[in-house]
Design a protein around this ligand. Structure first.
Ligand code: NCD
Length: 366
């Protein structure tokens, strides 16, 4: 018997978002389309404040109490290093105990339990499930399934197949925020008129067809008018038609490009990605030449002085280790930013982000 609710991917986006939100807030965090400009800006500010507060002993102690009454499950049945560890670290920052399932062969699924029943069981012991899963719609289906249960808990998407990775996109946008902001005041200021992305050119490079981080980040960047997006990939790995349609509808300035050296000099940020060959049907990636889609040391003289180089990691040869100690390399910072952004998101989901804001304003000037 099929007990999963109807596949939500067939519903219009607005309806999908409505099913995931409650009382004008995100309840489940599944899709990048759930985030509007105000929320992205707000979470970047909360991330910035959290990192400042955590630096002082008294502040770290305060943060450590705000979710100590909740428990998190990290259900990560697809390989992960950064996302798993940064969520674990975020739970620790907020004092929230966590547990994990990383290997389904140790769960009752080997006794024939359905994945739905596993998630239902988790919902009885924990207050949130942070989930990484190989199937595109699984996290969303589980969120909708739990909506119908007497005890509903939020599901947070830590990577869903080839589709989306909204928390990675949030840490990416926070990283760009920090790169484009001129001062701390600029990063924590609440000013809806301020658009740090105006006039910036951001290039996505590599396997855009199957890279979920790029898909989610493209959705988020549509919230910022006057940004210019370049999608730089070989024909067979270009960004999906669904994203192109969304960009058209959002009236974003974008272009599909087929050669990195041709455009790299115009970029204020480049977002490099690896070949996602785990999604190959029959080794088709082996035939792809990525030399025109790699940030090699030979391109260095063409780069802007304040370029931001991002990569969700893990990387392969598409990003030369030559850049690792260059101040323009922001891929190391991205990981640490992720810990703060995921702390901010967890605080928001449990509605204690206001406590962080209050604490910040009572101890700091900006
Ligand atoms: C990415 C992912 O899992 O989608 N990694 C991450 O979360 N930092 C990118 C990738 O695996 O290429």
């Amino acid at each position: 018997m099929d007990i999963r609710p109807e596949d939500p991917a067939n519903l219009p986006t607005r309806r999908r978002v409505r099913l995931l939100n409650r009382d004008d807030r995100l309840y489940h965090v599944i899709l990048a389309q759930q985030f509007d400009r105000e929320l992205i800006d707000h979470l970047c500010r909360i991330s910035e404040m959290t990192r400042i507060i955590a630096d002082a002993r008294a502040g770290a102690r305060f943060l450590n109490t705000i979710l100590s009454h909740k428990r998190a499950m990290l259900y990560f049945i697809q390989p992960s290093t950064r996302t798993y560890l940064s969520f674990a670290a975020a739970c620790q920052v907020l004092g929230m105990p966590y547990n994990d399932v990383r290997d389904p062969s140790t769960s009752s699924e080997v006794k024939g339990e359905s994945e739905e029943d596993t998630v239902r069981a988790l919902s009885q012991y924990f207050d949130i499930v942070i989930m990484r899963h190989p199937s595109e719609g699984f996290a969303e289906q589980m969120a909708n399934m739990l909506n119908g249960m007497s005890r509903t808990i939020p599901i947070l998407n830590g990577g869903s197949g080839k589709d989306q990775h909204p928390t990675q996109a949030m840490l990416d946008i926070y990283t760009l925020y920090r790169c484009f902001a001129e001062s701390l005041a600029d990063r924590v200021r609440q000013d809806p008129e301020r658009n740090l992305f105006a006039g910036k050119t951001i290039a996505f490079v590599g396997d855009l067809a199957r890279g979920r981080t790029v898909r989610s980040l493209a959705y988020l960047l549509t919230r910022y008018p006057d940004v210019r997006l370049l999608f730089v990939a070989p024909e067979s790995l270009q960004i999906g038609e669904d994203i192109v349609e969304y960009l058209d509808r959002s009236e974003v300035d974008y272009a599909l490009k087929f050669d990195l050296p041709e455009v790299v000099g115009e970029c204020d940020a480049v977002y490099m990605t690896r070949l996602q060959d785990e999604h190959d049907q029959k080794g088709e990636s082996g035939k792809i030449d990525l030399s025109r889609f790699s940030l090699t040391r030979e391109l260095e003289p063409m780069l802007k002085k304040d370029l931001a180089i991002l990569h969700p990691l893990p990387r392969r040869q598409e990003l030369d280790t030559f850049y690792d100690t260059d101040p323009r390399a922001k891929y190391w910072n991205q990981m640490r930013n992720g810990m703060w952004m995921r702390s901010a998101l967890l605080a928001y989901v449990f509605n204690v982000d206001g406590a962080i804001l209050d604490h910040y304003y009572s101890y700091y000037n900006f």
